[in-house]
Design a protein around this ligand. Sequence first.
Ligand code: ATP
Length: 213
Amino acid sequence: MAGRRRRIGVFGGTFDPPHLGHRSVALDVADVLDLDEVVWIPAGDPPHKRLEQLTPAHLRLRMVRAATMGEPRFSVSEIEVNREGPSYTVDTLRALRSKEPKADLYLIVGIDQYRTFDTWRAPEEILTLASLAVMDRGGESLRRDIDAEDTARRPNSLHLPPGTVISVPVKRIDVSSTRVRAAVDRGESIVALVPRAVARIIEAEGLYRRVDR
Ligand code: ATP
């Protein structure tokens, strides 16, 4: 369509490992928000997770590439993996904004991540760079667009202009990376939890098995 701005979803996470829930919700958000592209961005050195337990970034990147195969709207960015020091979303969005000055950016987060949003670095600036698309998770939902009157579900200290936070309904998929790691550790099958190509990497690299077993 002439004059339509490109609409890009920014989907960050530790993806340790990426699972079928990630794929399903990313597709739902792309459909609901009519996105042209969803960029999956595995975190290199995330400030919100304990580093010593993380699988090395190059392996998480490989798994994300495997998990996104076959969907033309999905792409993968190495921007956080290649960056020295902690990965802050605001830095990533600044970089994407200068690369794509004319696109509308949507930062895609689950409601669990959204609850901590006011503790992130420069949350107010993040909202000048992108809209926040908050996905349902585990039966919890923001249910509707947050407007200036709605203080109930908003992180405490933020002043959010209307329209900057969008509640996006997604199919409920009760899978988490934690559950996948625990299943591997118990020797259970993960075929129903992760894309086949991801399962193959987990198997080949011996990921998520504790050595003391
Ligand atoms: P972990 O179990 O290690 O905390 P996770 O499954 O939450 O991992 P992340 O890599 O932290 O995976 O998730 C990236 C983003 O995807 C986050 O915003 C998270 O809220 C969202 N997300 C992950 N799984 C789901 C799911 N099943 N439904 C909705 N959102 C999800």
